[in-house]
Design a protein. Structure first.
Length: 425
């Protein structure tokens, strides 16, 4: 969905990420769009173009990048359905949502050729679809999100960082070549995540600066094609203020996109046994649910960090005074962006979401287009945990009903800020 702002003259594109319903084959991707995307578009876009955040696992991306006929079939479906593939998720390479994934979602790392190959395939698909669908490249870009290198447990030395940097250079060069050949501008967008080698934007900004320093000759290409993906859920978990997070995410290059998402938060955890029980019950085997605790009054310093919910539960139950004294815990569990309270009270105690912080980041970005480094802002709703959410959190109706409520929340925020749906590609 494309929006325009009369006062700024800028554009904003809105989508949801298709990792909500990952598929291993093109038939599976199209079936999921027929089942979820098209009914949602009918409710919200009313026959006008509807944005989609494309997701393909690495195996499917490799197949599509080498099969013009299948790419043509996908382009035809998207065109006929009036779907706009303006953003891509190249973070999970496979098995997304499967039991035991956890830290393996960062594999392959950016030290490995397979990660570069996956990203190259996604970029080729994006370029081919843009050409086949005759998407006007003027004023638009394509965003491709990825992680910042690896899980922090894999980072051993500066040599590892250099190995990642070299592959980032090559990826940026590939995107520059595709643009010279007629593709829209593409921005490889590095997404800081708790417990990654870049835990948050405090670490992402200097990391990007070091990448530029390592390859000064390539800096013009890097500045155009390498930037950040700001995830509102991750930012909230690490207690980053919205303004500072926006500043840091746009300090060393363009902002490829904003992933609009919410985390869980538990104020005064030591005094809230119901809230602790509700939070601990959210543990499941597929995704990492990193937890950060505030250790002092300064929300930008002094943190406690747990790898996953079971690690926090063990530490708390063992009498760890640091966690029991923490005034607030925040957990990496994506919850619907329209909700403030994720579960029914009083069984969930004081467990809440970080919805207000996601709203503040969106407001901050829409009010400061000079920070984007692009002509348009990409916003992608990314609540990929729908199948894992307790019934009260999913709300009434089916999957599409829940996604519609998320969209209505975002649409309301945009309308209040003066953004109007244009209906154009």
């Amino acid at each position: 969905m494309l929006f325009a702002h009369a006062k700024t003259g800028r554009a904003l594109r809105l989508a949801y990420c298709m990792n909500l319903h990952p598929a291993e084959t093109l038939d599976g991707v199209i079936e999921a769009m027929e089942r979820v995307t098209l009914p949602l578009a009918k409710r919200l876009a009313h026959g006008q173009p509807f944005g989609v955040g494309m997701y393909f696992p690495a195996s499917l991306a490799q197949e599509l990048a080498g099969d013009p006929a299948e790419l043509a079939r996908l382009a035809e479906f998207l065109s006929t359905s009036r779907l706009d593939p303006f953003t891509y998720n190249a973070f999970p390479a496979g098995g997304f949502g499967s039991a035991g994934l956890k830290e393996r979602v960062f594999e392959p790392t950016w030290m490995e050729p397979a990660r570069l190959d996956f990203t190259r395939d996604v970029a080729k698909i994006a370029a081919a679809l843009a050409s086949a669908m005759k998407l006007d490249s003027a004023g638009r870009h394509i965003s491709i999100s990825t992680h910042t290198g690896m899980h922090s447990s894999r980072m051993r030395s500066a040599a590892d960082e250099l190995a990642c940097a070299k592959n980032f250079f090559e990826a940026a060069g590939l995107l520059a070549n595709l643009e010279r050949e007629g593709a829209p501008r593409m921005v490889l967008s590095l997404e800081a995540e708790p417990r990654a080698n870049c835990n948050d934007t405090r670490e992402l900004a200097p990391f990007l600066a070091r990448i530029h320093e390592l390859a000064p000759a390539a800096q013009p290409g890097l500045s155009r094609h390498l930037g950040a993906c700001l995830d509102a859920c991750h930012t909230a978990i690490e207690f980053e203020s919205p303004q500072r997070a926006v500043d840091r995410a746009t300090e060393q290059g363009p902002l490829g996109k904003l992933q609009f998402s919410s985390a869980l938060a538990l104020p005064d955890p030591a005094k809230d046994s119901a809230g602790r029980a509700a939070l601990f019950s959210m543990n499941e085997p597929a995704y990492l649910h990193q937890v950060t605790g505030r250790a002092g009054a300064d929300s930008e310093a002094d943190f406690l960090r747990a790898r996953d919910l079971p690690d926090l539960e063990r530490a708390y139950d063992s009498g760890d005074s640091n966690w029991s004294a923490s005034p607030e815990w925040r957990c990496h569990f994506h919850v619907p962006v329209d909700l403030e309270h994720p579960l029914e009270a009083p069984s969930s105690g004081g467990l809440v979401t970080t919805r207000s912080l996601a709203d503040e980041i969106l407001d901050e970005l829409t009010a400061r287009p000079e920070r984007w480094g692009t002509d348009e802002l990409h916003v992608e709703i990314e609540t990929y945990t729908w199948d894992l959410l307790p019934g009260p959190t999913r709300g009434a109706g089916d999957f599409v009903d829940g996604l519609e409520r998320e969209y209505q929340h975002v649409l309301s925020r945009l309308a209040k800020s003066g953004w109007q749906f244009t209906g154009a590609l």
